[in-house]
Design a protein around this ligand. Structure first.
Ligand code: PEP
Length: 248
């Protein structure tokens, strides 16, 4: 049943000091009334613990982790550490990590495995660039990203979410048409079925890229869209709740 609910996840990226806890609190208070939607936010590591204490109903997650359990990795955070701070899930393979930190599919897979191993849920992000879409390669690019990045072994479908985020739609105000989103989500569904067998059918697939209160209803109604991963519009309770309302 829980898996049938739309899943709306806010990715705060490198935004947020303790002043932003008021937004988390406001989202959490409203989420109490929105039992038909599963709501979560991924604040920066530095706010995970405080956000968990501030907001008791919504999910709290990390935006990334290191694949190792621990060790000599200055400045990095392991999955177990994120969990200990209060994270229930971790996002891996976001396009900003892939681009800004040269993360490969192989590394993203190691991170996804580490998140599952640590007992958290994982959101694996994939998305084609504009030139890959223009040259007609979007579906094959996504197939390669998925097979290269998805966690290994049998999976409990509730613990894995895939986020389809076309790179050219992130933070740009541009979005694919609902038809194009539906087409790609059906393609991703095919890869999930091939990878995980029966479990593949109930893994949620989120759309991400310039989702706002004004377009959320349309984007969420595209075929096989199980929710949204939201960047900019998740930074205030007002706009994030606008998206959550559109998902009900
Ligand atoms: C994101 O980076 O996950 C994202 C979808 O960003 P935005 O909503 O700002 O396009």
């Amino acid at each position: 049943l829980m898996n049938n609910r739309p899943f709306i996840v806010g990715n705060w990226k490198m935004h947020g000091t303790r002043a932003m806890l008021a937004e988390a609190r406001a989202i959490d208070r409203a989420a109490e009334r929105l039992i038909k939607v599963e709501v979560a936010i991924a604040p920066p590591f530095t706010l995970i613990h405080a956000t968990r204490k501030e907001a008791s109903l919504i999910g709290i997650g990390a935006q990334d982790c290191h694949p190792a359990d621990g060790g000599a990795h200055t400045g990095d955070i392991s999955a177990a550490m994120a969990k200990d701070a209060g994270a229930g899930f971790t996002i891996v393979g976001h396009s900003e990590r892939r681009t800004n930190h040269a993360e490969t599919n192989e590394l993203v897979k190691e991170k996804a495995n580490a998140v599952i191993e640590a007992g958290m849920n994982v959101i694996v992000c994939v998305g084609e660039t504009e030139s890959q879409r223009d040259s007609g390669d979007a579906e094959s690019v996504i197939t390669d990203m998925l097979t290269g990045s998805l966690p290994e072994g049998d999976i409990v479908p509730e613990r894995l979410t895939v986020a389809y985020e076309p790179v050219w739609a992130i933070g740009t105000g541009r979005t694919p048409s609902p038809d194009d989103i539906g087409k790609m989500h059906r393609h991703i569904r095919g890869v999930l079925n091939q990878t995980y067998g029966e479990a593949g059918a109930s893994i949620r697939i989120l759309y991400g890229g310039s989702v706002k209160p004004e377009n959320a209803g349309e984007l969420l109604s595209a075929d096989d869209v199980g929710g949204a991963l939201v960047g900019g519009a998740s930074l205030t309770a007002e706009s994030f709740l606008g998206i959550i309302m559109a998902a009900v």
